[in-house]
Design a protein around this ligand. Structure first.
Ligand SMILES: Nc1ncnc2c1ncn2[C@@H]1O[C@H](COP(=O)(O)OP(=O)(O)O)[C@@H](O)[C@H]1O
Ligand SMILES: O=C(O)C1=C[C@@H](OP(=O)(O)O)[C@@H](O)[C@H](O)C1
Ligand SMILES: [Mg+2]
Length: 176
């Protein structure tokens, strides 16, 4: 570990599905020379099933419970870059936990969201009428992302490398 980092994740990325948390998180981990971790991937590995299958087989509340535990474990264990699932902030105890950490909200507008996620069936929350569902999702969650974030980085019209640079600037972090 380098510099004045005091433990806990170096960066925690939150924001809606498809905004680039996983993609940008990997770039940031490379640039900082630290490990990358993603709570969705942790859940898939532990359950031996895809997220969409967990939703279908067990229902969303079951997934949210797994997610709450996965986020807690990752925040306690990981000192690199951490990406959360888009709905992690729905849980109040998760929001309280995140308040002590360098959380960055990657944002995008609804049209960018529709364009990015397209017809991707891997995301169970967008199975029908994506534009309407996006509008509802953003309206329900925008304030939750903003509430826990130390910085907001808009991703509209930016490639992942530009988003990563903006995150480093927002947190005043230097590349390794
Ligand atoms: N800044 C960006 N501009 C365009 N496409 C992007 C950008 N960031 C990510 N993507 C693409 O959007 C999709 C979702 O990205 P991902 O990193 O999985 O998002 P998240 O983890 O937030 O759901 C991927 O196909 C990725 O290549
Ligand atoms: O926004 C959400 O509720 C979800 C986001 C997904 O993660 P990404 O944001 O990484 O796509 C995944 O956890 C699940 O499909 C539910
Ligand atoms: Mg992701």
């Amino acid at each position: 570990m380098s510099g004045s980092h005091r433990g806990g994740p170096r960066i925690v990325l939150i924001g809606p599905m498809g905004v680039g948390k996983t993609t940008v998180g990997k770039l940031l981990a490379d640039r900082l020379g630290v490990a990358f971790r993603d709570t969705d991937a942790d859940i898939v590995a532990a359950q031996g099933r895809e997220i969409a299958d967990i939703f279908v087989d067990e229902g969303e509340p079951y997934f949210r419970d797994l997610e709450r535990r996965a986020v807690r474990a990752a925040v306690e264990e990981h000192d690199g870059v951490l990406a959360l699932g888009g709905g992690a902030v729905l849980d109040e105890s998760t929001r309280a936990l995140l308040s002590a950490h360098p959380v960055v909200y990657l944002s995008m507008d609804v049209e960018e969201a529709v364009k990015r996620t397209g017809l991707n069936q891997a995301r169970p929350l967008l199975a029908v009428n994506p534009r309407k569902q996006w509008r509802e999702l953003m309206d329900a969650r925008r304030h939750l992302y903003a509430e826990v974030a130390r910085a907001v980085v808009a991703t509209d019209g930016r490639i992942p490398e530009e988003v990563a640079k903006a995150v480093l600037d927002a947190l005043e972090l230097k590349e390794a």
